[in-house]
Design a protein around this ligand. Structure first.
Ligand SMILES: Nc1ncnc2c1ncn2[C@@H]1O[C@H](COP(=O)(O)OP(=O)(O)OP(=O)(O)O)[C@@H](O)[C@H]1O
Ligand SMILES: [Mg+2]
Length: 354
């Protein structure tokens, strides 16, 4: 039906480049999350897909259809924003029905059937007659989601729809959202700076930085195989450990390695950094094969029984995430080991495969 094709799209505001020569295709029926820090260009990209902003150069296509110059109402898309526009004097069901009224191809019966279907999807049958003003922010946002999907447009766009929803309602909203998107076959672009949200919802995540997409991958892949140091740092809570390494011939040396790491001879020059996720570092009280000694500088008891410790190894401070606390108190000595298959190598910020 409708892949979204971003064909070398750039957006400048004056001399500032907000979106920089993006060239990517979001697949039909996928939920794509645009994820990245504040100011990286997520909303700007989404607004161009919506037709609320025109690219400075490049084209946007929905399948075969070039929509670059089309106004939003001619693009046949649904949208949900942080602050949805609702009709406070209408009920939940009437709000969902509202956009369907403009569709003359729908019979009254078909409209009613769609509204019922959406109420079921949202699990809001009981609130069908409630007024919008009487709902909490989470439920209001659910109605906004329902309204945007009821039209059954090929494409639905969301810009941080959970931002103003308190945390419990937020989880519920995300669950509903997931259920709705799995049932419907619409192509969805969902903007968020919340990695948990993106990991939960996305078929694929487009990770953005400074107006560019640094990686477009399935959530697990993005997490386990970041193609950049930025990806390793941005994803994860906390992000990856990075340790400077020194190259001597075909070997890398670093404080976390008890013996050097062999690399291909064509690794090239530049700054070499080793990356390992905090949960992949192993911590013991006694020395073992490959272990290096470190000193506990800080420990925090985390939620869900996971603890975070900071361990000084030489000049590096390593974050370690473990199920239990460190085997010794602060300032004590522990042994760390770094499984070789969990160590990623970066050169000038970009991943190199050994
Ligand atoms: N209309 C505009 N005029 C000038 N600069 C703009 C305009 N819209 C966006 N920008 C700039 O473009 C950059 C990208 O903005 P954008 O809103 O796309 O970021 P974002 O990734 O959505 O960030 P956030 O997570 O804060 O919503 C920012 O530096 C912003 O200040
Ligand atoms: Mg934004």
């Amino acid at each position: 039906m409708a892949d979204i094709i971003i064909d070398h799209v750039t957006k400048r505001f004056g001399t500032f480049t907000a979106v920089d020569d993006l060239d990517i295709r979001f697949s039909d029926g996928d939920v794509t999350c645009l994820l990245g820090p504040s100011g990286c260009g997520k909303t700007t990209l989404m607004r161009m897909i919506a037709g609320l902003e025109t690219p400075s150069s490049g084209r946007i296509l929905f399948g075969e259809r070039d929509v670059t110059q089309l106004p939003p109402r001619k693009r046949n898309i649904g949208m949900v924003f942080q602050y949805p526009v609702m009709y406070p004097t209408l009920s939940v069901a009437e709000n969902i029905a509202q956009p369907l009224k403009h569709d003359r191809s729908l019979s009254r019966g078909e409209r009613e059937r769609r509204v019922e279907e959406v109420l079921d999807l949202l699990d809001m049958r009981k609130q069908a007659r409630a007024f919008i003003d009487d709902l909490d922010a989470g439920s209001r946002q659910k109605v906004a989601v329902g309204r945007s999907v009821a039209r059954q447009t090929d494409i639905v766009l969301f810009d941080e729809p959970t931002t103003n929803v308190e945390v419990n309602a937020k989880l519920q909203l995300i669950r509903t959202f997931k259920a709705v998107t799995q049932r419907l076959k619409q192509t969805i672009v969902y903007v968020t700076h919340d990695q948990t949200e993106a990991m939960t919802l996305a078929d694929r995540i487009a990770l953005m930085k400074d107006g560019s997409i640094v990686q477009y991958d399935a959530p697990r892949r993005l997490y386990n195989d970041p193609s950049t140091e930025f990806g390793g740092w941005f994803l994860g809570n906390p992000g990856m450990n990075f340790i400077a390494a020194e190259r001597r011939g075909n070997q890398l040396h670093a404080t976390i390695l008890d013996s050097p790491l062999d690399v291909a001879s064509d690794l090239g020059g530049g700054e070499i950094v080793l990356g390992i996720r905090p949960e992949n570092v192993l911590m013991h009280s006694e020395p073992g094969p490959g272990s290096v000694e470190g000193r506990v500088t800080e420990q925090t008891i985390g939620i869900a029984g996971r603890n975070l410790a900071r361990i000084a190894v030489g000049s590096a401070v390593i974050k370690v995430k473990a199920d239990g606390p460190a085997p010794v108190a602060a300032d004590g000595t522990v042994q760390l080991s770094f499984p070789r298959d969990r160590i990623l190598v970066f050169r000038n910020g970009a991943r190199v495969t050994l």
